[in-house]
Ligand binder design. Structure first.
Ligand code: PNS
Length: 176
């Protein structure tokens, strides 16, 4: 293996919607940093999902939280993940696996990406127990209904979420 190829193998991409980033995601990023020289956190756009935050807002939050942290790069991409990876010369996808119910979706994605790009490998990290129940959608529901998401997301994320939900409610009121 050439030195160049070896260098490429030391980067992994950690793709996701991150709408918003949770402590579960942060746990995977930090554990990924121990294995890879660089973890490229890749915020996906152009998805069928309706997201609360725009792609730029999601990426900016993660950039702010990881500013100055060695071995973490935050990017956003549109279109197919494997195409972005090919442009960047990255061949490893890192994904967290929380519960058994995550498996089917993750399996389909890993197989889909493999079919699209044979050289791409997906590695799974089992989410640490205390984070296995956290999901971005549960957090949004808790905050929307006035609950506290402390311990589930960083304070910055909770603040941004509250601002966003307040702005959404104001827009609905205006539209009435
Ligand atoms: O956090 P999520 O929503 O579970 O992440 C899903 C994500 C963004 C990793 C997946 O939807 C994705 O890779 N989207 C980019 C488009 C793509 O490549 N789709 C084909 C996957 S086989």
């Amino acid at each position: 293996m050439s030195e160049k190829e070896n260098r490429k193998m030391k980067s992994a991409i950690y793709p996701g919607s991150f709408d918003p980033l949770t402590y579960g995601h942060i746990n995977i990023i930090n554990r990924g940093r121990k294995i890879f020289d660089r973890v490229v956190v890749a915020v996906a756009g152009n998805m069928s999902k309706n997201t609360t935050f725009t792609i730029d807002e999601r990426a900016d939050i993660i950039k702010e939280l990881f500013r100055g942290v060695k071995g973490v790069e935050v990017v956003s991409f549109r279109g197919l993940l494997v195409n972005y990876m090919s442009r960047r010369g990255i061949r490893t996808i890192l994904r967290g696996l929380r519960t058994f119910s995550d498996f089917e979706y993750e399996f389909q994605m890993a197989m889909g990406n493999k079919k699209l790009a044979q050289e791409v490998e997906t590695l799974f990290m089992i989410t640490e127990g205390e984070y296995s129940y956290i999901s971005s959608s549960i957090i949004k529901e808790i905050v929307a209904l006035g609950g506290s998401a402390r311990g589930m997301v960083p304070p910055l994320v909770e603040k941004k979420l509250r601002e966003k939900l307040r702005a959404e409610r104001a827009a609905v009121k205006r539209g009435r």
